[in-house]
Design a protein around this ligand. Structure first.
Ligand code: TRP
Length: 330
């Protein structure tokens, strides 16, 4: 069985775009792979220095994945910070990472660019954690002999860097000690549209949070922006935000039937929104209930992550022992 691994940034409660684009496909992949999914809390430290915030966001994101159906008996579910071998591997990989490679990383380059445009020093506000982020990510991945890394396209460059670093290590020691990982692209069509018709994203403030209460969910759905077509007019499902969200939660039959109602005319936007609300609410209600139960028992979530991390440490310790021999520090 192939190994699938991905890191989850602790960003608090996800929205339905994260669910459709990241959580659901990762859980689907876990059915056919050995999955290792972890909370990337040390990655979060680069940007967030508030301990309470990190604790809260970690619990919320862990509860969210569990509520969406992650089974910790089947998926190795752990916290990066509880697997210290990650950081040992990072130090090893540092010696195989050209500084020039880090200079080319998109996230770093974007910050430098923004600094220069606003007349600041080019490295203003850039910490070494941010600069070396791709090496930590390579360590996350290479530590577990990962075959597949399901990620969004914004992460492809990081996966390529992990491949480069692994190849450089392997070339030096003459054998494939580090498995070369492959990125698995999320389908771009799975990018959900937000309330205003732009991509659903926290930074646009146009999201539908996964576990919004029924009343909140209703209000948000009613806020989705539509055009000014009259009830009678036939409507185009392909350019409609309501339909775009609907098809990700409805059965193929439901989707077909709503498509026909759009094309036939005689359906108001309000009715379309009611249909969307019904399907969304039916899908999300059991998840919301599980989430609320989990988040009220933070000790259970912590225990799950601790148990997963203990198993992850066993695997990681074996790998590090082997690598220590390879490099001559055994
Ligand atoms: N950088 C990833 C993100 O921003 C999170 C991440 C950290 C990750 N380590 C990883 C993803 C390892 C895949 C593999 O979403």
């Amino acid at each position: 069985m192939k190994v699938a691994l991905t890191g989850i940034k602790p960003t608090g409660v996800p929205h339905i775009g994260n669910y459709v684009g990241a959580i659901r496909p990762a859980l689907e992949l876990a059915k056919t792979c050995k999955a290792r999914y972890f909370i990337a809390d040390y990655h979060a430290l680069n940007a967030c220095k508030d301990p309470e915030e990190i604790r809260k966001m970690t619990l919320e994101i862990a509860a969210a994945w569990l509520a969406c159906g992650l089974n910790p008996e089947k998926v190795l579910f752990y916290k990066q910070s509880l697997v210290p071998q990650t950081f040992e591997l990072m130090v090893i990989l540092m010696a195989f990472t050209p500084k020039g490679l880090m200079n080319r990383a998109h996230a770093y380059k974007a910050m430098v660019q923004a600094n220069l445009e606003s007349g600041k020093d080019s490295d203003d506000g850039v910490n070494m954690g941010l600069y070396t982020y791709p090496v930590l990510m390579a360590a996350d991945i290479l530590l577990f002999d990962t075959d597949y890394v399901p990620v969004g396209s914004d992460q492809f460059q990081h996966i390529e860097m992990a491949q480069d670093i692994a190849q450089s290590f392997n070339y030096n020691y003459g054998k494939e000690y580090l498995k070369i990982p492959q990125a698995i692209a999320r389908e771009e069509t799975k990018t959900l549209l937000g309330l205003d018709g732009r991509k659903m994203s926290k930074s646009y403030g146009n999201t539908i949070p996964m576990f919004a209460s029924e009343e909140e969910l209703y209000k948000l759905v009613m806020r989705i922006k539509t055009n000014s077509q009259t009830v009678e007019e036939p409507k185009d499902p392909e350019t409609c935000t309501i339909f775009a969200i609907y098809r990700n939660f409805a059965t193929p039959d439901q989707t077909e039937s709503l498509r026909r109602r759009y094309l036939a005319g005689g359906m108001s936007w309000k009715e379309a929104k009611e249909e969307l609300f019904n399907v969304l609410n039916a899908h999300l209600t059991p998840l919301r209930e599980r989430y609320n139960e989990l988040i009220s028992q933070p000790d259970d979530i912590k225990r799950i992550l601790e148990e997963g991390s203990a198993r992850a440490r066993e695997l990681a310790a074996k790998k590090i022992k082997e690598l220590r021999q390879v490099i001559g520090v055994d």
